[in-house]
Design a protein around this ligand. Structure first.
Ligand code: GLC
Length: 719
């Protein structure tokens, strides 16, 4: 038996042995990933010309309906590699399993609204259990791009505007896919993407140029990837865009220097679809060979769907332009992933597993629990919620009331709609006996019936097709015609509960004027309309908190809470400051905001010491009390500010959060340690810096929490 087939050896020993037996073409083949739509796929696999198959028949998989992954097809392709090719190196089969496989979790932006990362871990464990049963062992997930501009359609796919919150969800998601709680054959290689700064696209236009200073890159866009690396992410995907004139597919600094040397990432980097070839239209490569050379020298290992590695690297080595060691390093990284996943020992997937996991009730229950916690109550004027008896006539209308698959959200390729409930179905199924529910599809019928009902529930929002990759909008207003429908109902004088299904922050100022109650349900996944219906009937007390700022109007963006103070800070009575003359400075709803049907008080904000040396930890504690009449969840959020530092620091930064459940009258003291990790910042060179001086501290239930104190750091060497 060749040593590389001997599972008793270490992965490194097996990689070394296998490398020594491979030709240049076979090495380049391992760096080659092709989509299932390639018409010569079988022949090429048998010839050892590719190391991975991407199960996607479109480059915009997030929105184009895809053929379901079938484990039989995967096993057939695997058989060609394992039994047909010379060295029998198994394929690693990849798919965009972003927020679920057949069971669909809320979109990641909705997941972040729960402020409950352990639920994300559980959801990705379930996704791994499901997709690995179909033979998928590489999920191009989690996406963790910080997004400050909701015009960008891919804001749906990430965890919002804050690096601290996004880092917690990124790490939890990675740990879910690669979980020790899963048997080895169910573990899936996570892929932290899109490295790095993709969400900073100018104008919120996908793939566009970004202008990211080094300190902003280090302090805003990089932290989730640092967290993913520390969580053990096996792979990372480099992004399409360019930073400071260099596309990430050719960016030696951010890949080799920062990702590998500074962050210590040892896994494999895959380029995004076509991005090696795109170095040519980017204007940094003159031809295919130059593009391939730039990409591999920068630190990319797997070539997604251009074949430029396969076609050019052997010649580049033979002509001395590419050191063999660089090629071998890339191949070793990918072989290490395959050995670690156990693909050499168990390349095939037992088809019986696929049948077992197609619909696991526990997965659906978990997805429903996740979606329940993601619901954000933005307003509840006149306490319309929960609907009270004998107020019994409910009129349900609006374009999203009867939608099913749309509620899965963008980047959902294998979601099983059979288990997804529409809002209409949920409201019919959950309706309390005394209530009368009337659903009408047309707004003119709804207007006519309004006067005979006590409350109108109107279901609004975006199609999943208006969200995700290559779906950027110039406006954040609700889609055409929806506000007019609300206005028509409003004119009939009955209370309105608006349920908004969406994949981004929207500009809802007009809706909030017309509707009494406004709930953000995101795109909730398999749970569909159940959580929203439960909230309408008072069966669910909403507890979500916004992971992204909701502006008053589209012209305000980019608008985010952790902004710099500028030389003319707001709020201010002074005339000359950074603002628009035609709108208030503030957002409609700030980061971290979300109401409950009960109320909470934050009191007794204390620190165990008011000053400490640099490097020491201070404990901040606060008492949270449920001052209302029903049990509810809230999220205690800790924000810090360094008002005087070497560089201008944000007016507030999230540095701790804790989701808690309190019954009426119950109090709980929450303590947050603040130490170097929380008090420091990165310099432009990526040096973590903790400076002495005063720090402001806030704790509350949004980024506008008023309860504050302060602490002082003194130099560590103070005698
Ligand atoms: C897409 C996306 C990326 C995805 C890849 C494969 O263009 O940018 O997130 O994983 O291609 O579908």
């Amino acid at each position: 038996m060749f040593p590389y087939k001997d599972a008793s050896l270490t992965v490194a020993e097996r990689v070394r042995d296998l490398l020594s037996r491979m030709t240049l073409e076979e090495k380049a083949g391992q760096l080659n990933q092709l989509p299932t739509r390639d018409e010569r796929l079988q022949a090429r696999i048998a010839a050892g010309e590719l190391g991975s198959v991407l199960f996607a028949d479109s480059a915009f998989a997030g929105n184009d309906k895809q053929a379901r992954v079938m484990v039989g097809q995967v096993n057939e392709l695997q058989k060609l590699a394992v039994e047909g090719s010379r060295l029998g190196i198994p394929l690693i089969c990849a798919r965009d399993v972003i927020h679920g496989h057949t069971t669909v979790a809320p979109i990641p932006l909705g997941q972040a609204a729960t402020w409950n990362p352990p639920l994300a871990k559980g959801a990705q464990e379930n996704a791994a259990r499901e997709c690995s049963a179909d033979g998928i062992r590489w999920a191009f997930s989690p996406m963790m791009d910080i997004a400050r501009d909701p015009r960008w359609g891919r804001i749906a796919e990430g965890f919002g505007e804050d690096p601290y919150l996004a880092s917690a969800f990124a790490a939890a998601s990675v740990r879910g896919f690669q979980s020790d709680a899963l048997p080895p054959e169910e573990r899936v290689a996570a892929c932290a993407k899109h490295y790095v700064g993709y969400g900073a696209a100018e104008g919120g236009r996908d793939y566009n140029t970004t202008e990211i200073t080094p300190t902003t890159m280090w302090n805003t866009y990089l932290p989730p990837f640092k967290a993913a690396v520390e969580a053990g992410a096996m792979t990372i995907m480099s992004a399409f865009h360019e930073v400071d004139g260099i596309p990430l597919a050719a960016h030696k600094h951010w890949l080799n220097t920062v990702l590998r040397e500074h962050l210590g990432f040892t896994g494999a980097v895959v380029t995004d679809w076509g991005s090696i070839y795109q170095l040519i239209p980017h204007g940094v490569a003159g031809d295919d060979a130059e593009a391939a050379l730039l990409a591999i020298l920068a630190g990319n290992d797997m070539d997604m769907c251009t074949e430029l590695f396969y076609r050019n690297l052997p010649t580049l080595v033979r002509t001395g332009k590419l050191p063999l060691a660089v090629l071998d390093t890339a191949v070793a990284r990918l072989l290490t992933v395959k050995f670690t996943l156990g693909l050499f020992e168990s390349p095939y997937t037992d088809p019986a597993r696929a049948a077992r996991v197609q619909s696991i009730p526990a997965h659906r229950e978990a997805a429903l629990h996740f979606a329940r916690q993601s619901l954000v109550l933005l307003q509840n004027r006149n306490n319309v919620l929960p609907i009270k008896e004998p107020n019994t006539g409910i009129l349900l209308c609006g374009p999203m009331a009867d939608m099913r698959g749309i509620l899965h959200g963008t980047w959902c390729l294998d979601g099983d709609e059979r288990h997804t409930t529409t809002l209409k179905e949920a409201m019919e199924r959950l309706k309390p006996e005394a209530f009368k529910l009337t659903h009408v599809g047309l707004i003119d019928d709804a207007v006519k019936l309004a006067r005979w009902n006590n409350t109108c529930v109107i279901a609004l929002g975006e199609s999943s097709g208006r969200s995700g990759e290559d779906n950027c909008t110039t406006t954040l207003e609700l889609p055409a015609g929806q506000i007019e429908q609300v206005a028509a109902i409003h004119a009939m004088g009955i209370p309105i509960i608006a349920i908004v299904f969406c994949g981004r922050a929207l500009a809802l100022e007009r809706l909030c004027q017309l509707a009494d109650t406004v709930i953000i349900a995101w795109h909730p996944g398999t749970a569909g309309g159940i959580p929203a219906a439960e909230a309408v009937y008072g069966l669910l007390n909403p507890s979500g908190k916004l992971p992204v700022t909701f502006p008053r109007n589209s012209g305000q963006v980019p608008l985010y809470y952790n902004h710099k103070p500028t030389g003319r800070p707001v709020p201010t009575k002074n005339r000359y400051h950074s603002r628009y003359i035609d709108a208030l400075d503030s957002p409609l709803f700030p980061f971290g905001y979300g109401m409950s049907l009960t109320t909470f008080a934050f009191t007794a904000l204390e620190v165990d010491k008011s000053s400490a040396k640099v490097g020491e930890t201070i404990n901040v504690s606060v008492t949270v009390t449920n001052t209302g009449d029903r049990t509810g969840d809230t999220v205690a959020q800790l924000y810090l500010r360094d008002p005087v530092a070497t560089i201008s620091r944000p007016v507030r930064e999230l540095k701790g959060f804790r989701r808690i459940t309190l019954s009426p009258g119950e109090s709980q003291t929450v303590t947050f340690p603040i130490g170097p990790e929380e008090l420091g910042f990165y310099t432009a060179d990526g040096i973590w810096c903790v400076e002495p001086g005063l720090f402001q501290v806030w704790v509350g239930d949004s980024s506008e929490a008023p309860l504050s104190t302060q602490v002082t750091l003194v130099p560590a060497t103070t005698v």
